[in-house]
Design a protein around this ligand. Structure first.
Ligand code: ASP
Length: 320
């Protein structure tokens, strides 16, 4: 069964962006438009299970130069749920190994009449560079440690669904803040919607300079825990670290893993989140990851709705 577009809505006049490169440059109103659209898609398609005939004459290309499970599959499925064709590109096995440049690769993909390019790359700023060099819409699926805008949006949508409103909530991002693009996108989005954000982790991974973004810096999880409405447990990004930030994973887990004992000292209605992949026993223990406060799989479900909304909005603005 599929829905016609007018059963969902029309793109608001105020939405003019044909790219989604980060959350830093989005206004509060633009973030709210994406969240509202995602909510409507989710509702109208029964959790994004049914198709909407919204982008049936479009082609979406996934250009992934870094590994991905959730983001890539979710963008592909979102495009197909909207009726679009998809192209799946992975850097391994491509002509990049024959010396083709990144921009040439992208231009060749675009020449197949592609409307939207979703790009993930290890280099910060790659989506912005691409947007300056190709005609089609560009959506960032994560650029190195810089930003991961759709992750930030799906995290915020998940909190909003459970709490109604972000304003006044205290959200702690715990873990490898230094290397986390999820942290940056969460900070921009959460702050714009009025949440109080705490970044918490070992001092080797959390600089005092984060205060310049208007967040609270904390080094002791047990101290801040009773104040937190939401914990977003970020993965230790070993692949981006050149020196060891702590003596052992066991020591990290003792100080920062969310476990059953810490749950006893948390608010009764605390939400436990993680962008995935989770390392069980490092950032979160299995009893908490799979426990009643965990909304980790809700985040994945909401990722599909957010990506449908973003694809539809940027493609619509480009055509306008
Ligand atoms: N999946 C998220 C990302 O790509 C978080 C992570 O990898 O830890 O940034």
């Amino acid at each position: 069964m599929s829905f016609e577009l007018d059963e969902i809505d029309v793109i608001p006049e105020s939405w003019t962006r044909s790219h989604l490169l980060d959350l830093e440059s989005l206004s509060t109103e633009e973030i709210t438009t994406i969240l509202d659209t995602a909510g409507r898609f989710k509702e109208a398609t029964h959790g994004c299970k049914q198709k909407i005939d919204a982008l049936s004459d479009h082609t979406v290309a996934n250009l992934f130069f870094e590994n991905s499970t959730r983001t890539r599959n979710s963008f592909s499925l979102a495009a197909r749920r909207l009726g679009a064709d998809t192209i799946e590109f992975s850097s391994s096995g491509s002509s990049l190994s024959k010396g083709e440049t990144f921009i040439d690769t992208a231009k060749n993909i675009e020449a197949m009449n592609v409307d939207v390019v979703v790009v993930r790359h290890a280099t910060p700023g790659t989506p912005h560079l691409l947007a300056q060099n190709i005609e089609c819409s560009v959506i960032s699926a994560g650029d190195g440690p810089h930003e991961h805008p759709t992750q930030g949006l799906l995290d915020i949508l998940t909190i909003r669904e459970h709490r109604g409103n972000l304003a006044g909530l205290t959200v702690a991002l715990v873990g490898d803040i230094a290397h986390s693009r999820t942290a940056r996108s969460n900070i921009w989005g959460l702050r714009k919607l009025g949440a109080h954000v705490i970044v918490c982790g070992p001092s080797t991974l959390v600089s005092r300079r984060w205060e310049e973004l208007g967040v609270e810096v904390a080094y002791n999880l047990d101290d801040i825990l009773p104040r937190c409405d939401v914990l977003n447990l970020l993965r230790i990004q070993f692949e981006r670290q050149y020196t060891r930030p702590f003596p052992s994973v066991r020591e990290y887990a003792l100080l920062y893993a969310m476990n059953g004992d810490r749950m006893q000292r948390a608010k009764d209605d605390i939400l436990i989140m993680a962008p995935g992949p989770i390392n069980r026993g490092v950032e979160v223990t299995p009893d908490v990851a799979d426990g009643p406060h965990s909304v980790i799989l809700d985040q994945v479900t909401n990722g599909l709705a957010v990506r449908m909304a973003v694809l539809w909005l940027v493609a619509g603005a480009r055509e306008r």
